[in-house]
Design a protein around this ligand. Structure first.
Ligand code: AKB
Length: 312
């Protein structure tokens, strides 16, 4: 049975992931931590306040609970990162360095999410290969490429069991994302139900990879359960369940809410980031090496999102 420490556990991925991890591994084997968490036990869930830049606090927490796996989700996303690159570097790279050192010292397996943001304008846009040019032009992308390389380095140099995926935009009804470029694809569902109208900050015709949160959670669990000997591309695997542009999601919502309308109020900063990212990743390495198999396409995700949000 694994004993898992999750950083950034109150964020968009962490909220869904920790619920699932507790079901699989037991409440006592999942330790949630976040900068904004209150330390204590709530509804049998163990929570700890932790800033991943605090190397001593991070180490002591991992040691106290004798964890064998760290899922390091604490990170600053792309749009917020462009406003505050110093904070982004500190959390995304120095925080990751702490996670790597602790994993090395305590012999933990380590999951670290990378992103489609690890690619840049010189990358092949369609069917973006697993191994290809990575010259991102955002602070976020630079931190993600650095993270991928650092994780590979700790694996080859010290034998740390590092693993990761390049997540696309993630869509969830439980927790809002915290300042990314793909966030429009979450906000649109909330606004469709609230006001029946959405102004998209991403322009018509901009394709980006996306995935529904249950598939993202499944990715992390499946990858961490895979026998290490099967993994060639550890850091990090291309994953995606769909690629769409704003008009596609509008049409998907209009199947259920015909009166829903959308227009555009493009944000130049987030649009420039989106334009530098791929349209659609090739995910064959993930399928072959650890059985990546997402279940939700756009319409299935829309049905599920609207059903859950309506019932809140
Ligand atoms: C963002 O938009 O910053 C994230 C990502 C794709 O990594 N959702």
């Amino acid at each position: 049975m694994k004993r898992i420490l999750v950083t950034g556990a109150t964020g968009q991925i962490g909220t869904d992931l920790c619920d699932e991890l507790r079901k699989i591994y037991g409440e006592e084997n999942v330790i949630s931590s976040a900068r904004n968490a209150k330390s204590g036990i709530t509804d049998n869930c163990i929570f700890h306040k932790l800033d991943c830049r605090d190397s001593k606090g991070f180490y002591e927490l991992a040691k106290k609970y004798k964890v064998d796996t760290i899922i390091h989700l604490a990170a600053v996303l792309s749009a917020v990162g462009e406003q505050n690159p110093n904070l982004l570097w500190d959390i995304n790279v120095n925080g990751l360095y702490n996670a790597l050192e602790i994993s090395r010292e305590l012999n933990c397996s380590l999951f670290v999410p990378s992103s489609i943001g690890a690619f840049g304008p010189s990358t092949q846009k369609d069917n973006t290969p697993q191994i290809t040019i990575q010259r991102p032009t955002t602070a976020y992308g630079i931190s993600k490429v650095s993270g991928e390389l650092l994780c590979d380095y700790y694996h080859s140099k010290y034998g740390v069991d590092t693993r990761g995926v390049r997540f696309p935009g993630l869509i969830s009804y439980k927790t809002l994302p915290g300042g990314g470029t793909t966030d429009y694809a979450v906000h649109i569902y909330y606004e469709a139900l609230k006001s029946g109208h959405y102004s998209s900050f991403i322009a018509e015709g901009t394709y980006m990879d996306m995935m529904y949160m249950p598939d993202a959670v499944d990715c992390i669990i499946k990858l961490m359960e895979t026998d290490s000997s099967r993994l060639i591309d550890r850091n990090a695997f291309n994953v995606s369940a769909m690629s769409f542009e704003p008009e596609d999601i509008r049409k998907s919502i209009q199947r259920i809410i015909p009166e829903f309308t959308m227009d555009y109020n493009v944000d130049p900063i987030r649009q420039a980031i989106a334009d530098s990212w791929p349209n659609k990743l090739d995910v064959s390495a993930a399928r072959e090496q650890w059985g990546f198999d997402p279940k939700f396409d756009l319409d299935k995700m829309t049905d599920d999102m609207l059903r859950h949000l309506k019932n809140r």
